[in-house]
Design a protein around this ligand. Sequence first.
Ligand code: PNS
Length: 161
Amino acid sequence: MKRAIYPGSFDPLTLGHIDMIERSSKIVDELVIGVLHNSAKNSLFSLDERVSMIEEMTKSIPNVTVGSFDGLLVDYMKEIDATIIIRGLRAVTDFEYELQIAQTNHVENPDVETVFLTTNLQYSYLSSTIVKEFASYGGDISKFVPSRFVDRIYAKYNISK
Ligand code: PNS
């Protein structure tokens, strides 16, 4: 049985992430969405909020579960018995950083393999950082995130639409 992890900050979850989750859930037996709890990083949404937003959007996919971790990804993978990391590549600019992480993780644990999926062209420009930047100025984020989260994101910036 192939258990994979799709790790990230998901602050907030975007339509690009959802596309990756849907596609990768079809090529592995079980997919765990691993939400990084990075206390040093100032996140817009708390860990609990990020986890429950992902749960809300993935509850209809039977082989997907959501978990969270703090510390090294390879350590969390041992804990949950996962051996595959799924990452999305949007553009060539992602490649160098992703290659470095993938190789480091593989050196740390040679059983760990990283599988890269190219993001859907429709979302190749999209990132949580861009969503936050747009939202903070009251820009239209309805094409970037699930519609049910739009107001929740604006609310973080005290914007009501
Ligand atoms: O949402 P992101 O920033 O694309 O996610 C990055 C993430 C969570 C995959 C990466 O930062 C990570 O795995 N962090 C946990 C710490 C770790 O294991 N670092 C090793 C990389 S050398």
